[in-house]
Design a protein around this ligand. Structure first.
Ligand code: F6R
Length: 610
């Protein structure tokens, strides 16, 4: 987690770094800090617990000026959020400052060694301060050499930005398993954890690879590999519009991103279906022979992306007739799954940096699986380490709660399932065409559904004062219930629980009381009667029921207190529509409860720690 940024160039770094940090706040925001150095000044370090605005207030009066600096926004791993634990951290001499994203696994060991050998005294509880002391212990007038030698001693994950008061004309950066990019500007060069941090200043980027070290000067960037040989890197030209990363008049990024779903789906589909209705998988070569030799597919992801995987399993098993197992990455990587070269491993990730998903991917790769990923962030680690990448074209997702990435992940999963089924010859032409046609009109249906906002706001008013909520559904509706429930709990802090509707009576129904909100997904035609029975069961215990169903089923749902009807569609693809009222419900409830919607407490957008 955490975000790092650095700048060396013509402009005053303070403004550049604060701007960059604001764009990275989604990666963590429990404290922030900045370190500057210049020929005239010794090292200046300022840091503050809380949001970046607190840091801004702290330095407002000082008018700090420098041409070289680094900054950090933190999501605590070692040590509580506090001024003391905020980055940057310095070495013993106070002349070297370090910002870090990642975790140094052997920090305790290194700390002991430093105390013993150098008499190091530490001011914080962080692993990063240990890294700063270690770099300092190797420093003999060459920062690059000291950083290199220190990284050789470390285990774990890192993206570092390092400056030194004795060499104010450079920033040294290094990467292992945590994201790091370099921005090439006309008036200087930058480092950052990701592209949006730099969009205001640059469009030309170097994507830094694992175990690489970078030396930035005002007019020069040099990249070195693990053997300290200089490497050539192609420039990556960013085509995103900076506006795409701004709120554009919406109150929050989350609601903006909910409304961007029709466009995101059009983009994700548009590039993949040709005029003849053939699916093009971005140059991914999956031949009939390839597909026939896969005897199992694992879909592995975390959180919302995992929920997209659950729908992916359903689609692939139904349309391509291959057994699929879906697992959360943090479990998958530490069990002993059966993997060989007949395994297809599909990772789903918005950020492409989730460490658990990346770890699972590496394990599957090592055991011979073919690796495919469904990723939103272009050039991210998961994308780069996969054999085949299928991008969701959702655009930058800033709100911590994932919305448009999820619906575009669903589109990708349907496209993959349709493609596989057709290639293998197990899917009828009729069903293939029908689903594809339905997918192409989904964005229009979604636009119609977004008009229901006012009705959903009324429902939110009935629910927002409750501290518990339940989500139920059957078949794919159960997977949508999991995602709807996660959305609600993460941004409104309501204790929300999702369960397959048929399981209610085996325990959970004990928690239903008078007025308890129950959100019932009832979009599956074949399962409607069964779900209606489950609605009656909770109604009989006094629940307040909000049902989501397809147009035409209102009569069967007369027991529900409120019903939102999604436009009619094939049951198979209803999740793309039925999630939208749940996203809006979570948003409206969180708003009524006065929550910080885009940056919920304890969460970060990109989870680059285990
Ligand atoms: C919830 C949410 C998280 C992410 C999860 C995986 O709204 O956003 O549950 O889905 O942390 O992140 P990615 O998709 O970046 O791998």
């Amino acid at each position: 987690m955490c975000g790092i940024v650095g700048y060396i160039g013509d402009e005053n770094v303070t403004g550049v770094i604060i701007e960059g940090l604001k764009k990275l706040e989604y990666r963590g925001y429990d404290s922030a800090g900045i370190a500057l150095c210049s020929e005239k000044n010794p090292l200046i370090v300022r840091k503050k617990k809380g949001r970046i605005s607190n840091l801004e207030e702290l330095i407002e009066e000082e008018k700090l000026f420098s041409h070289t600096g680094i900054g950090h926004t933190r999501w605590a791993t070692h040590g509580e959020p506090s001024d003391r634990n905020a980055h940057p951290h310095t070495d013993m001499s106070g002349r070297i400052a370090v910002v870090h994203n990642g975790i140094i696994e052997n920090y305790a060991e290194l700390k002991e060694e430093l105390i013993e050998k150098n008499g190091s005294v530490f001011q914080s509880d962080t692993d990063t301060e240990v890294a700063a002391h270690l770099i300092g212990s190797y420093y003999q007038g060459d920062l690059e050499d000291a950083v290199y030698r220190a990284t050789q001693k470390m285990r774990g994950a890192y993206a570092f930005g390092v400056i030194c008061a004795d060499e104010p004309d450079k920033i040294v950066a290094a990467r292992k398993d945590s994201p790091l990019i370099v921005g090439l500007g006309r008036k200087g060069n930058f480092i950052a954890s990701d592209i949006p941090a730099l969009l205001k200043y640059v469009r030309q980027i170097y994507l830094i690879e694992n175990n690489e070290l970078v030396v930035l000067k005002e007019n020069e960037v040099k990249i070195y590999n693990a053997d300290r040989e200089e490497v050539h890197r192609d420039v990556f030209n960013v085509t995103w519009d900076e506006d795409a990363a701004e709120k554009e008049g919406y109150d929050h990024f989350m609601i903006k991103e909910i409304h961007e779903q029709p466009a995101g789906i059009r983009d994700t589909l548009g590039r993949r279906v040709d005029d003849q209705g053939e699916i093009i998988l971005d140059g991914i070569e999956l031949t009939r022979e390839d597909l026939e030799q896969f005897n199992r597919i694992y879909i592995v992801a975390c959180g919302t992306a995992y929920h997209a995987g659950l729908i992916g399993k359903f689609a692939i098993e139904k349309l391509a007739k291959v057994p699929v197992e879906v697992d959360v990455a943090s479990e998958f990587r530490y069990r002993d799954p059966f993997i060989d070269n007949h395994t297809l491993f599909i990772a789903i990730s918005q950020s492409g940096e989730t460490l658990d998903t990346l770890g699972a991917l590496r394990m599957a790769k090592e055991k011979g699986a073919r690796i495919m990923s469904v990723v939103n962030v272009v050039g991210s680690s998961i994308a780069r380490e996969s054999d085949d990448v299928f991008y969701t074209w959702a655009g930058p997702e800033i709100a911590v709660a994932s919305t448009k990435a999820y619906t575009t992940q669903l589109i990708c999963m349907y496209l993959i399932a349709l493609y596989m089924g057709r290639k293998k010859g197990v899917l009828s032409e009729k069903l293939y065409r029908l689903i594809l046609e339905e997918l192409t009109i989904i964005p229009d249906k979604l636009e119609a559904l977004l008009e229901e906002q006012d009705h959903i706001k009324e429902i939110a008013e009935q629910m927002y004062q409750h501290n518990d909520a339940f989500f139920i559904g059957r078949g794919v509706d159960a997977s949508v219930a999991f995602e709807g429930s996660l959305k609600l709990k993460e941004i409104s802090y309501i204790n929300s629980f999702a369960i397959a509707a048929g399981e209610l009576k085996h325990g959970t129904i004990a928690l239903i009381d008078k007025g308890t909100p129950v959100v019932a997904l009832a979009t599956q035609t074949a399962l409607l009667e069964k779900t209606v029975s489950n609605i009656q069961e909770v109604k009989a215990r006094g629940a307040y029921v909000f049902a989501v169903a397809q147009e035409g089923s209102k009569d069967q749902l007369k027991d529900a207190d409120e019903v939102i009807l999604i436009p009619q569609c094939m049951d198979e693809i209803s999740p793309i529509l039925s999630i939208v009222p749940l996203q809006l419900l979570a948003y409206q409830i969180a708003k009524l409860r006065g929550c910080d919607i885009d940056k919920p407490k304890n969460l970060a957008k990109s989870v680059t720690v285990e």
